[in-house]
Design a protein around this ligand. Structure first.
Ligand SMILES: [Zn+2]
Length: 180
């Protein structure tokens, strides 16, 4: 098991600095969230409102434990660990009922990091490398730089959401407006 600090460090290294680990207000479970838009001033203190206010989306609820009460019979329902899957309650099944939940438990572990990484392949390293290049002021070849980052920009406008300064672009921020 990793500590929350080491887990978040690895998360950011592999998936990108737009990611964060936060404890849910609702039940104290760990949540993996990603910055996707500017924050909004909004009152309230639920997990959803915190995300709206900070400009984040929910990527994965890691869950509290590897079981939950069945929503029908309230007996223990064992959850898959390290993946989300459909689980059917055996006791309900014996009684001729079908109770199914889609759920999973993700401990702060290497397996969970790999699960997250599978859905965000190579993006973290690319995004972090771009941020480092910009911060170091070595984005000299604007044309090559544009080509390298075109995919990332098209995907989620990470530059704006991550609050990264624009380098070598016009004030309007249009890559096409830059004199190549
Ligand atoms: Zn049941």
């Amino acid at each position: 098991m990793l500590t929350p600090e080491t887990f978040e460090d690895e998360l950011v290294r592999r998936c990108g600095r737009t990611y964060r680990l936060r404890r849910a207000v609702r039940n104290g479970a760990w949540l993996v969230e990603q910055k996707v838009r500017p924050g909004l001033d909004y009152p309230g203190h639920t997990d959803q409102i915190i995300r709206v206010r900070d400009g984040y989306r929910l990527v994965l609820d890691l869950g509290l434990r590897d079981w939950q009460p069945c929503p029908t019979c309230h007996l223990r329902l064992d959850l898959p660990v390290g993946e989300r899957a459909e689980v059917e309650c055996g006791y309900c099944h014996l009684r001729g009922e079908r109770t199914r939940v889609i759920s999973g438990y993700f401990p702060l572990s290497e397996a969970t990091l790999q699960y997250l990484e599978r859905w965000h392949p190579r993006r973290g390293a690319e995004i972090n490398a771009e941020i480092d290049r910009i911060n170091a002021g070595v984005a000299r070849d604007a044309r090559a730089y544009r080509l390298n980052t075109a995919e990332a920009l098209a995907a989620d406008h990470w530059r704006q959401v991550a609050g990264i300064p624009m380098v070598g672009y016009t004030k309007a921020g249009s890559p096409h407006a830059y004199g190549a």
